[in-house]
Design a protein around this ligand. Structure first.
Ligand code: VTB
Length: 316
């Protein structure tokens, strides 16, 4: 079933307002306060929606997060049953330090269509549309993935560019890229945006890969699906606690590589509003008491993918 188009504008408003709520906290060196503001705003607005919403990706598990925890019910309890994934402030460091890349993100699907998993890391890889899904795999070497990509895109291997989170755990990937003469775009945080850089040639990223947050992987997968891009993810359940929680959520095969259509099924909506300047969209900009806000929205069944500009009056 297609998700009603009325929710497009409502989701845009939700991420816009969450983003604006972070504005006073930009550069104040306090990640928690900034995150709390965005989470509060998002939760208040979600609870006004005529939906039976279930948070499947949120701020944490019930016992550790007071708001928008996994399993929390949101909405007026009238309307369709929907799964919701949120990251009210993706890039808390960016916001606290007023650096580029902070966004506010939400995704929505029909009930049981978004993957629900404990807060864990995920190995992930995303790639542009038009590539055979058997050509790219988490278990292939970087060289094999890139050679397959180069063939499919009719490009020279050394002209490809990859994006990776700048972490010591990615040394092997980065070293291998260097030895292949491949340009690497290193990002310090924010791998929802990073994974989406394969959606358009203008970003000049042919492959995003590496280990980051599982929730961020599910969120990115929703937008990638609408763009027709590819994604593969493998959760890392490396503690007894995580394994137990995964079991409780119905996950028994800890080594499974999930394809995009196993992470996001059917229709989905995705919205991300820029807080600070980013690769995907501009950040918040105050102009004559109006906040200019840019939001990327995708809606799979409508084949909609666009950046919407809002001008919002800021009450003094
Ligand atoms: C990424 C990134 C996030 O966490 O998922 C990353 O998208 C992974 O975790 O913005 P580590 O920082 O522990 O490597 C963030 O940087 C923060 O949630």
């Amino acid at each position: 079933m297609d998700i009603d188009k009325v929710f497009q504008d409502q989701l845009i408003k939700i991420t816009q307002e969450a983003a604006i709520s972070v504005y006073p906290h930009l550069g104040k060196n306090n990640k928690n306060i900034a995150d709390e503001a965005a989470t509060n705003s998002m939760r208040n607005n979600l609870n006004k929606m005529n939906i039976k919403g279930n948070i499947v990706i949120g701020e944490g598990e019930m016992d550790e997060a007071p708001m928008l925890f996994i399993g929390e019910k949101v909405g007026t309890n009238k309307g369709p049953e929907l799964d919701i994934a949120v990251d009210p402030l993706e890039g808390t460091n960016f916001a606290a330090k007023n650096l580029p890349g902070a966004i506010s993100v939400i995704a929505m699907s029909n009930k049981n269509d978004l993957f629900s998993a404990p807060e864990s890391y995920m190995e992930k890889i995303s790639y542009p549309k038009g590539i055979d899904h058997n050509a790219i795999d988490l278990d292939f070497s970087l060289k094999k993935n890139l050679s397959n990509l180069a063939d499919a895109k009719n490009k020279k291997l050394e002209n490809l560019r990859i994006c990776v989170l700048d972490r010591p755990r990615h040394k092997k990937i980065i070293d291998e890229a260097k030895s292949l003469n491949i340009d690497v775009k290193l990002i310090s945080d924010g791998d929802v945006s990073g994974a989406l850089l394969v959606t358009d040639e203008k970003y000049n990223v042919d492959l995003f890969l590496g280990t980051g947050g599982g929730p961020e992987g599910v969120l990115a997968a929703s937008a990638l699906d609408t763009y027709g891009c590819g994604f593969q993810g493998r959760f890392i359940f490396d503690t007894d606690e995580l394994k137990k929680r995964a079991n409780e959520m119905g996950i028994y095969d800890f080594d499974k590589k999930y394809k995009l259509d196993e992470i996001v099924k059917g229709d989905s909506l995705f919205c991300a509003t820029g807080i600070t300047q980013g690769d995907l969209m501009n950040g918040l900009e105050m102009k004559n008491n109006k906040m200019v806000v840019k939001t990327l929205i995708t809606h799979k069944s409508q084949n909609m993918k666009k950046i919407v500009t809002g001008e919002i009056d800021i009450k003094k």
